[in-house]
Design a protein around this ligand. Structure first.
Ligand SMILES: [Zn+2]
Length: 281
């Protein structure tokens, strides 16, 4: 099987309130689409929960405990954007674990690539705090898992979400074994991600930020991927590519200012698949 999709309606059990934009209906709609409209064969991946040890590769023990204590409570407000419901902690473990399971299946050769359709999202979550709808930093946990568990030496994280992935950047800012690349609307939430944020110490040059005015189109994003991301990837030769595939750069997104179309997402994905084919065996 070529592609695996992490899909589990338990991801709907995390609920930050009926009026919250990051609500369970989002993933329900996507799962409906997957079930009705995807015609190619794919492997449906049942996620496993990440272990506390795996979560603590990125997050502090005190933060893990803080989230664990929300378990069973109807609502805990963590910051102005982010809250939990009774099952959020367990669902957050399942979100991170969904990526880990997909990565394992790729490494085992069962699939060539995977799409983790999970929530809550992760790229704003910092070592010791949640942020911007994010509880655990799923992509950072997966990148570290690939290094620590599977012995990879070079991981590329591409973040095309509208927002800068502050938590992911900060997780690996002084390291060169995980290269973080983000194109994002700027200035915008969370405020980080300017050109001059390029890494520290041995990580200098291994954080790449492309801050953008709103209004960028498919062609603009393809230009950035071909002229900036592609040559960097050719030099870095990542063994594994992870993508923070936020779809809020979509042209009809009510919160974002970008103009990417359905075809644009397809074209960006094709670019990344070509890079993975060339460099990530
Ligand atoms: Zn976003």
């Amino acid at each position: 099987m070529r592609t695996g999709i992490v899909k589990d309606r338990r991801y709907m059990e995390h609920n930050m309130g009926a009026s919250h934009v990051e609500n369970p209906m989002r993933i329900d709609a996507i799962y409906d689409m997957v079930e009705k409209e995807i015609t190619f064969p794919y492997l449906e991946i049942e996620p496993r929960p990440a272990t506390e040890e795996e979560i603590q590769m990125i997050h502090s023990l005190s933060y893990v405990n803080l989230l664990k204590e929300t378990s069973g409570k109807e609502r805990v407000v963590l910051d102005p954007d982010t809250a939990t419901s009774a099952r959020s902690y367990e669902v957050a473990l399942l979100a991170a674990g969904g990526l880990l399971k997909a990565a394992d299946l790729i490494i085992e050769g069962k699939i060539q690539n995977g799409f983790a359709l999970v929530r809550p999202p992760g790229h704003h979550a910092e070592r010791g705090r949640p942020a911007g709808f994010c509880l655990f930093n799923n992509v950072a946990i997966c990148a570290e898992y690939l290094i620590k568990k599977h012995g990879f030496k070079r991981i590329l994280v591409v973040d095309w979400d509208l927002h800068h992935g502050n938590g992911t950047q900060h997780s690996f800012y002084d390291r060169n074994d995980i290269l973080y690349f983000s194109a994002h609307q700027f200035p915008h939430y969370p405020g980080t991600g300017y050109w001059d944020e390029t890494g520290l110490g041995s990580g200098k040059g291994f954080t790449v930020n492309v801050p953008l005015d709103p209004g960028k189109t498919d062609e603009d994003y393809l230009f950035i991927f071909r002229k900036i991301l592609s040559p960097i990837t050719a030099l870095y030769k990542p063994e594994f590519i992870l993508v923070s595939a936020g779809f809020d750069i979509y042209r009809a997104d009510p919160l974002g200012g970008m103009m990417v179309s359905e075809d644009g997402f397809g074209a960006l994905t094709s670019e990344l698949l070509a890079l993975a084919h060339d460099f990530s065996k």
